[in-house]
Design a protein around this ligand. Structure first.
Ligand code: UD1
Length: 362
């Protein structure tokens, strides 16, 4: 059986790596890795391949950045050619990025079955490009691997056949469990014991210069309480530079380049709290038991709020200081790890795929 894995941007790599490893253990499976090149910087892409032990891609479509329509269309055109050449039996797509939805549409039109890893998540906010990508991908998928039970419920409500949906757990946590022993702090922060870690890149927080300036001011304010480490996503860095936003960098407010997986994990596990708008970090902090303050109105990962350490603050930026003060006093919410976030999700996916041709889903 021939499988293609499609990856495109940073959060895809941690999800595909454990599935690749699990399928590699099966006999009679040939795997092909396609990188769309949606993320192309060394720090956004290459470093993850070596740290996660992902093989070099068999195909790199070198799409790069563009508007949504251009990026999605370019991926579709080049991925269609790959499908004609490789003729896979099954394609695996991951997460909710433009590469995911683009590959999903191409597979469907060519009648090539595909599986969506991290299916069923919904923020119910169609202003987010990722929500559109999730809806398209899940409607078209032949197999839907969900990380938590809310995913199954959402898919059933949208009329997806129950036989296609498999609750397997969270593959991102598989990577975290495997690599936690190898995680390390960047050496410049080795002696820092108390700090906040920040990541922000959602268009709703960084694409409007006024909002981004308010957020930077709040971070400046909170950095008077506790040092802040803020690895800048290229989108955020560009917005700060283009709009000449003011931010006073000092030993308490560290704006740094994006980090690799092992350094970021090393910082995350020892942080007092994380401020983020990322999806994956809401999950990783829940697993690690680190308080997470999410600067979004909603989340497609509700178990991180109902079970885990996550608190949504929307655009109530004043809450940052308030919550950090409470956290530093040791007052954070009770939390647990959601079911099946145990490091074995990819093994469960491999078991389903092993039986796929005879499962009748085709
Ligand atoms: C994408 C995903 C988002 C995911 C995020 C993780 C979509 C719609 N969004 O958002 O779901 O959470 O990746 O990082 O697919 N850039 C670089 N170097 C790179 C990549 C991007 O400089 O390697 C810059 C470009 O200027 C680009 C901007 O970052 O315009 C945004 O990149 P893009 O891939 O469009 O979306 P992300 O914001 O990274």
């Amino acid at each position: 059986m021939k499988l293609i894995h499609v990856v495109g941007a940073r959060p895809n790599f941690m999800k595909a790596a454990p599935v690749w490893r699990a399928i590699d253990k099966l006999t009679d499976f040939q795997q092909v890795l396609v990188h769309t090149g949606q993320h192309y910087d060394i720090l956004m892409s290459e470093i993850f391949f070596s740290e996660l032990n992902l093989p070099q891609p068999d195909y790199n479509l070198e799409i790069g950045s563009a508007t949504h329509a251009r990026q999605t269309a370019a991926i579709m055109i080049k991925f269609e050619e790959v499908l004609w050449q490789v003729k896979p039996d099954l394609v695996l797509v991951y997460g909710d990025i433009n590469s995911t939805a683009a590959a999903a549409i191409v597979c469907s039109k060519l009648h090539i079955p595909f599986a969506h890893v991290e299916a069923g998540l919904r923020s119910f906010d169609r202003r987010m490009p990722e929500e559109i990508n999730r809806l398209i991908t899940d409607q078209l998928a032949d197999l839907l691997f969900t990380p938590s039970i809310d995913g199954n419920e959402n898919l059933l409500k949208e009329g997806i056949a129950e036989s296609k949906i498999k609750l397997v757990g969270n593959v991102m946590i598989d990577t975290l469990v495997r690599l936690l022993p190898k995680a390390y702090k960047p050496k410049e922060f080795n002696n820092l014991e108390q700090y906040l870690l920040v990541t922000l890149h959602r268009p709703s927080n960084v694409d409007g210069p006024q909002i981004l300036q308010i957020v930077l001011n709040k971070l400046q304010e909170v950095s008077e309480q506790i040092p802040v480490i803020f690895p800048l996503h290229p989108r955020t860095k560009k917005m700060i530079a283009e709009n000449k936003l003011s931010v006073v960098q000092n030993t308490n407010l560290n704006l740094i380049d994006p980090l690799g997986y092992l350094e970021f994990l090393g910082l995350m596990r020892s942080a007092n709290a994380i401020i983020t708008d990322s999806g994956g970090i809401q999950e990783e902090t829940t697993y690690l038991g680190i308080p997470c303050i999410t600067v979004r109105e909603n989340t497609e990962r509700p178990v991180t709020v109902s079970i885990g350490t996550n608190v949504l603050i929307g655009s109530k930026f004043d809450k940052i200081n308030e919550l950090v003060t409470l956290i530093l006093k040791g007052k954070s919410k009770p939390h647990a790890i959601p079911p099946l976030w145990d490091g074995q999700a990819a093994e469960r996916i491999a078991l389903v795929i092993k039986d796929y041709p005879s499962s009748g889903i085709q």
